[in-house]
Design a protein around this ligand. Sequence first.
Ligand code: HEM
Length: 521
Amino acid sequence: MMEFLANLVEPLLVLKIALSILVAAAGALVYLYAPYWGVRRIPGPPAMPLVGHLPLLAEHGPEIFTTLAKRYGPIFRFHLGRQPLVIVANADLCREVGIKKFKYFSNRSIPSPIAASPVHQKGLFFTRGARWSTMRNAIVSIYQPSHLATLIPTMQDFIASATEDLGSNDIALSDLSLRLATDVIGKAAFGVDFGLSKPCSQRNEDGQVQEFINQHVYSTSQVKMDLTGSFSIILGALIPFLQEPFRQILKRIPGTMDWKLDRTNKELSTRLDKIVQSRIKQANADPGSKDFVSLILGARDAEKGANKAFTSDYISALAYEHLLAGSTTTSFTLSTIVYLVAGHPDVEKKVLEEIDGFGPHDLMPTAHDLQHKFPYLDQVIKEAMRFYTVSPLVARETSAEVNIGGYVLPKGTWVWLALGVLAKDPENFPEPEKFKPERFDPEGEEEKRRHPYAHIPFGLGPRACIGQKFSLQELKLSLIHLYRKYMFTYSPLMEKPLQIDYGVVLNFRHGVKVRAIKRDV
Ligand code: HEM
């Protein structure tokens, strides 16, 4: 009898183990493929298990989206690890998502690099639902033209001092632009002069400032979209539920990338928290302060319900976000403009003529002048932003079931607008690989024919970039200052073609290096 039972127990045990393995495998399969199921009808290349299409992204960079749009049409699937994205890649569909059906797309999806970075999550970019609209309504007034006009003298002071003495030297322009843009936004946002863009001789380098800029650069450049991020970020793309537990463990192990990223972000936030707290104290003492933190506090008190949304952690996050969003994108754009103009002497000649034609070189343009008196510069900026779209993908997420491009998308689908693909669409931009500012001439045929939402480097609709006008004002002032004094050629150290890294925003791999030639005027 005992022998019979023993013989029975063993196969039962084996059966139990086999069943458990089967259930676990089925669970894993359901977990891995559940997000795919709802969007399986949307076309896309075959995806590898776990990593999806990430190897394609690592190999080809953001150009892969243009290739896929050609092959699969204006709406296709791209798997960021386990997570499928529905990529929307033409102007009409972008208008539908960003404007016509905005109520279904008012939130952004949170990709794993951001999920790994709490410091990025409480800003305007990633807040959701009612909190987002309360925050946005409260701070939008800061970006009105009337307030931006008051920032012109401050912007000019920084730009003048940063460009005062470039000599006739090789300069790391992208580095200088980042220092300048960080200083400008630091002053506008916090009322603080970081002093990063002053000429070396006037900088008070006690190591702290250099450390600050290093942390700032590290923090932004590590937010990658491919498989080169920290271990927890990679895990987040492949098996999201493991990301946070692993991040918690790894951030305690010195030497890991998670540890470094966590330490850097903490130090940066501590620095900024201190600044924000002291601004809050000063703003209470001086209600006339015009910097961003003071204005948020004012807006918070004026806007119904905003008190709850703007707890001090959210104010710090907003200020930090502005420092990041305001500096990296604008500095990248400024550097690409100078880089592209340096390679096109005919464009440079027209830029110089327009800037010289405005008036004597000590005549400072007003906000009105900036808007109306530099039409060619406008075209150059638009074309450079088309040529190198700093934010080639814009993340949104469906909040309910909705039909887009003939496909029903379930609630929670990640829908990303491929601004970078739109920018290279030959229907709207013939010969897209050519740098031709004249294509944006308002009198030209190409501009008149173009779809109104073909060129949207700042996004579109109620969730478009809040800093657009701020950034354009800074770009124009910087260019006017630079080209009044200098012309630029490529430094012998400049690689060709320009190498770009693909993060949440584009970044230079080695930087833009140019030679400044003092103008004889
Ligand atoms: C060349 C410069 C810039 C470019 C190309 C750019 C691009 C973008 C894009 C594409 C979006 C997403 C829009 C959408 O979802 O439709 C965005 C959002 C945003 N940008 Fe910018 N940006 C720039 C400068 C700035 C500056 C200077 C600031 C702040 C001072 C800023 C702050 C923000 C914020 C807070 C959001 C989130 C808005 C929201 O979700 O409500 N950006 N930006």
